[in-house]
Design a protein around this ligand. Structure first.
Ligand code: SF4
Ligand code: SF4
Ligand code: SF4
Ligand code: FES
Length: 626
């Protein structure tokens, strides 16, 4: 790459040809204020906040949209630049209500910050607050609110929706000073909007508000934890804002990778949490409950089985391994047979996925299962599945098929070098067959195969457990009386087994032990229930689709999942003679519920979110209609 040298405020910096002045300035930590610029969005150049001075051409230029040339000299703080900045801010403040005390964005608002540094320090025009009022636009949403007279018309919200999420849910209404940002369809909750919150997060001022957060907290009073979302296998970088006890919001980082599952679904972690262990509905101490579980396991290790959730961290899975009793998971139904069919699976590099020319998505709609991966699908897309749903935003070539017909259509529609993206749909034998076909297509057509389970740590179970027994056979053993005690980590069993069958299975058990974050649902029908931390309450590594990443603690509970298992281990003598190895379910009985992930109901966490549940009611109707 050809290099050019540019001088910024007297400091020489060498950058690649094609670098903008703003990017070059960042390299030497020069702060140039912006409104409409974001490094992941196309350059718009509309706000002029980033004006700097080009010494050679003797004029002001925009830093965000001007490329450096060799020998360029830039001044970012001379009197003309300061005058330009002040003028732009004067223009904005002329129409902007100074309602910072009641504006949610106060404390993290670019206009407030730039105004403090470079703006006019008094009212420049004799204009009353009433004269500042602009036409309003009601977005008719329970979640997003537009405050028109705070809007600085940077258009980043429209751009992020068009260029990142690609759902094209916003547009500019009217012209000039009367311009408003409006949803393409109202009510907004019934539109193609995916409630990713990116427009809220990227808005430099308080013009788009997240209603559940409104008036709830001041950002400077909250702690922010940078972590990885562990609600699907993508592991997107997100920020959790909390006060140590409660989560107030989960938002995107500068990577702009977030979907509704954490954005709307953050409320699940504040709701109906199990605080104390219980035996037969009565609160007991951790020590008593764990000793009791230890007794159950040690008295009858061969009559006890464990079910592990694919949302547990690697650290917890490693400890569970040591318990040395029959362990199963719902991944034996879908992911495990798929991987068995495929053989040694290594995911392609994320950059290769982003830069592909042709994507073939198969099975369940990836916009529901792993929404953020669709933000990177910007070239030709073929979708082979039962029904064209939310993925229609990518304008795919839709090929309707079901069952193994999807795999046959896949063979016909891949091209040399296609990226094949698969999350879920196939179970048992079908999943294994898909794995075999994918392997062949990878070898023969040089395809890149992207397997992104709808849950976060399916790969972690494969990588960390030494043995996994069949889910179906384990439950069959309960029905035949061979297994009498079931210890469940997480609640997948209630999603993947039909209700009547689950009742029958539970009726055969002597002891139903449940580790769960929630004091409802399955907890109400189990004999022993123990609180479980989720990804927001305990540090843990997860094997996401492109490798291991860490989720970090934001809320600290008084216990740790890993310590709990250590305590159980003290009460048992783990001398397992179980044979190591993985047992997939190739035959799927009728009573297995083929749980289908969608953006609202993705996991036993999401199902607890009031925000997601209410949005589902409004949004489901519209998806069915279109
Ligand atoms: S929430 Fe996301 S999908 Fe909806 S309008 Fe904002 S950016 Fe677009
Ligand atoms: S709503 Fe916010 S992001 Fe959108 S144009 Fe207005 S100021 Fe910019
Ligand atoms: S795509 Fe997956 S990892 Fe990313 S924010 Fe959504 S649920 Fe979380
Ligand atoms: S940030 Fe450069 S023109 Fe808006």
């Amino acid at each position: 790459m050809e290099k050019v040298t540019v001088k910024i405020d007297g400091i020489e910096v060498q950058v690649d040809k094609g670098t903008t002045v703003l990017e070059a300035a960042k390299k030497i930590n020069k702060l140039i204020p912006t409104f409409c610029y974001h490094e992941k969005l196309p350059i718009f150049g509309g706000c002029r906040m980033c004006l700097v001075y080009d010494v050679k051409s003797k004029r002001s230029i925009i830093a965000c949209g001007t490329y450096v040339y060799d020998g360029m000299e830039i001044e970012t703080e001379n009197q003309q630049v300061l005058n330009d900045r002040k003028f732009i801010l004067e223009m904005l403040f002329t129409r902007h209500p100074l309602d910072c005390p009641i504006c949610d964005k106060a404390g993290e608002c670019d206009l407030q910050n730039w105004g403090t540094y470079w703006g006019p320090q008094n009212n420049v025009l004799p204009i009353t607050p009433f004269e500042k009022i602009r036409p309003e636009d009601d977005w008719e949403s329970d979640y997003l609110e537009y405050v028109s007279n705070r809007c600085v018309l940077c258009i980043k919200c429209v751009s992020v929706c068009d260029n990142i999420n690609q759902s094209h849910s916003l547009f500019q209404l009217e012209r000039g000073f009367e311009t408003l940002i409006s949803p393409v369809i109202k009510p907004m909750d019934s539109s193609s909007c995916e409630m990713c919150g990116l427009c809220v997060d990227i808005c430099p001022v308080g013009a788009i508000l997240f209603k559940p957060f409104k008036y709830n907290a001041r950002p400077w009073l909250l702690n922010e934890t940078f972590t990885h979302c562990s609600l699907c296998s993508l592991g997107c970088p997100v920020v959790i804002d909390h006060d140590g006890k409660k989560i107030y919001r989960i938002r995107s980082t500068a990577e702009l990778e977030i979907c509704a599952k954490p954005y709307l679904g953050y409320d699940a972690y504040n709701t109906n949490r199990l605080k104390n262990p219980k035996i037969q509905g009565k609160d007991v101490s951790f020590d008593n409950a764990l000793e009791f579980i230890g007794q159950i396991i040690s008295q009858n290790p061969s009559k006890t089985a464990l079910v592990v959730s694919p949302y547990l961290s690697n650290e917890v899975l490693e400890k569970i391994n040591k318990l040395g009793i029959t362990t199963t998971s719902i991944i034996t139904l879908d992911l495990l047979p798929l991987l068995e069919g495929f053989g040694d699976y290594n995911p392609p590099d994320f950059e290769e996925i982003k830069n592909a020319e042709h994507y073939v998505v198969i099975g369940d709609d990836i916009t529901d299962t792993n929404p953020v991966i669709t933000y990177y699908m910007k070239k030709r897309v073929v979708y082979i599945g039962e029904q064209l749903g939310r993925i229609k935003k990518l304008y795919p070539n839709f090929i309707q098929a079901e069952g193994r017909g999807i795999i046959e259509k896949l063979k016909e529609n891949v091209e040399e070098g296609s990226v094949i993206v698969y999350s879920s749909y196939f179970f048992g034998e079908d999943a294994k067959y898909l794995g075999e076909v994918l392997r062949k297509l990878q070898e023969e057509k040089n395809c890149k195969v992207v397997i992104v389970p709808p849950y976060s740590n399916g790969f972690g179970i494969v990588n960390n457990l030494k043995r996994i027994s069949s889910f179906v056979k384990t439950l069959d053993k309960i029905l035949s009386g061979e297994i009498e005690n079931l210890v469940m980590f997480g609640e997948e069993i209630s999603l993947f087994v039909e209700e009547e069958k689950l009742k029958e299975i539970f009726s055969k058990l002597k002891n139903k032990v449940l580790f769960t974050p929630f004091d409802d649902g399955l907890a109400l029908v189990c004999d022993v229930v123990i609180p479980l931390n989720t990804w927001v309450e305990e540090d843990g590594n997860y094997d996401f689709f492109t490798g291991q990443k860490k989720s970090k603690t934001s809320i600290k509970n008084s216990f740790k999942n890993t310590e709990i298992i250590d305590k159980i281990l003290k009460h048992i003598n783990p001398t397992s003679n179980l044979i190591e190895g993985f047992e997939s379910d190739f035959t799927i009985p009728e009573w297995i519920n083929r749980f289908k992930t969608n953006i609202w109901d993705a996991s036993y966490f999401s199902l607890r979110s009031e925000n997601l549940t209410n949005w589902k009611i409004k949004n489901q109707e519209v998806l069915n209609e279109r």
